[in-house]
Design a protein around this ligand. Structure first.
Ligand SMILES: [Zn+2]
Length: 407
């Protein structure tokens, strides 16, 4: 049942409104708008808005859930669209929320969402503050025991000086996360991780309490991301009050003369750095040819074999040729990129063996500017071995080391 609330004083207009909204039993409109417009002497297009201004067509039983105001039809088609509800038995409740209340509900929802987000943010901030406090407690640097730099192994000293060179801040109180190093610590990220783990396990670096909470895996900050935490260097017994003393102590340890044993240790490091530089260049060359490859044990074996007879500079030449041949093979035979990469690695062994058997002189390559020397290479070749670029240009050999370092 539709009721009219007349809003106009004009009796004629009120009558037009009654006729406009008059419906039969089936809620079909009784009068055509064009007829009504003629009767009222109003433009046909103007009539609906005129009626709308002059009355409200309501269903008294359809009350807004929030404010209780009855439903007001916005126009005739609104009524037509709601016919099926109007035809329901009177006992069936039709519920609705008026536009005004809907807007209020939405505003309330937005407000509540904002408040929830705010509460969440505050809770996060509290948690973060707690985590920062925990980091400060757990990784308190006063627990560092001063160490004897002179008693470090050669590997320890090379690794420690390298990480200080790569990432220490000016006053040497803090080392930035490895992910932020400008110059790579080593030619391979696995090697860099190994260096850091080595130093950390031997208490030669500590996690710095200034580390951001995100660098820890869990809330009790017992697990951390090796590449994302800040580190602190150890304290030297000799220079307890002077953090930068450690730098000169390490440098002199590496530059002074060595024992036979230290020379042997240095040879292993030389071979390792040469191997990692060769692997880095191999990956670079294969990548240039768009081959897919991840080096494994076999690659290490082939390169270690080659390093017994050739310098890194010569192996670069072999790697370059192996890559070129594999690319030609790939073009010619239509093999997969993975097969092509594997053929390149196998070719390193084959080319090396032929060069040895037929006594070829392999021309040394220079470094590629896209694979610049890493910090560990500089420390080992320049500071420790005092070979400079000869570290790259010579075959790793104990006699060379002894000649330089045993005086
Ligand atoms: Zn309402």
């Amino acid at each position: 049942m539709i009721n009219l609330e007349i809003l106009t004083e004009d009796k004629n207009l009120a009558a037009v409104c009654q006729l406009y909204w008059e419906v039969d039993n089936e809620y079909e409109f009784v009068h055509k708008i064009s007829d009504l417009a003629k009767t009222a002497n109003v433009d046909k297009k103007r009539l609906p808005s005129l009626v709308k201004e002059s009355c409200n067509a309501i269903v008294p039983t359809w009350k807004c859930e929030d404010c209780g105001n009855p439903y007001v039809f916005s126009n005739r088609s609104d009524l037509t669209n709601n016919r099926r509800y109007l035809l329901l038995p009177a006992s069936d409740k039709v519920s609705h929320v008026c536009d005004n209340c809907q807007r209020k509900r939405k505003e309330k929802e937005v407000e509540e969402r904002k408040q929830r987000a705010n509460e969440k943010k505050q809770a996060r901030e509290v948690l973060e503050k707690e985590k920062r406090q925990k980091i400060q407690e757990v990784y308190n640097l006063t627990k560092r025991n001063p160490i004897d730099i002179g008693a470090l192994s050669l590997t320890d000293a090379v690794y420690l000086l390298s990480i200080l060179r790569a990432g220490a801040f000016e006053n040497l109180s803090k080392i930035m996360p490895a992910a932020m190093f400008e110059q790579k610590l080593s030619p391979a990220s696995e090697f860099t991780t190994e260096v850091i783990n080595h130093l950390y396990a031997k208490n030669l670096i500590y996690i710095h309490p200034d580390t951001e909470p995100e660098a820890f895996v869990n809330d009790d900050v017992s697990r951390f991301y090796v590449w994302r935490v800040y580190y602190a260097p150890p304290i030297s017994k000799i220079s307890v009050d002077n953090q930068s003393g450690i730098f000169s102590e390490l440098t002199s340890k590496l530059t002074e003369s060595w024992t036979d044993e230290q020379c042997q240790e240095a040879l292993q490091l030389w071979k390792r750095v040469a191997l990692e530089e060769s692997k880095e260049y191999l990956l670079f060359v294969l990548n240039e040819h768009h081959f897919e490859f991840s080096p494994g044990e076999k690659t290490n074996q082939y390169l270690e074999f080659a390093l017994q007879y050739f310098s890194t500079a010569q192996i670069f030449n072999t790697i370059w040729r192996a890559g070129r041949d594999a690319a030609a093979y790939y073009q010619r035979e239509g093999i997969s990129k993975k097969q092509a990469a594997n053929s390149a690695v196998a070719a390193i062994q084959r080319l090396s063996e032929r060069a040895i058997a037929e006594k070829w002189e392999i021309k040394p390559f220079g470094r590629n500017f896209k694979c610049p020397q890493t910090v560990i290479g500089e420390v080992l070749y320049n500071n420790a071995l005092r070979l400079g670029e000869d570290g790259f240009n010579l075959i790793p050999n104990i006699e060379i080391i002894k000649n330089k370092k045993i005086t």
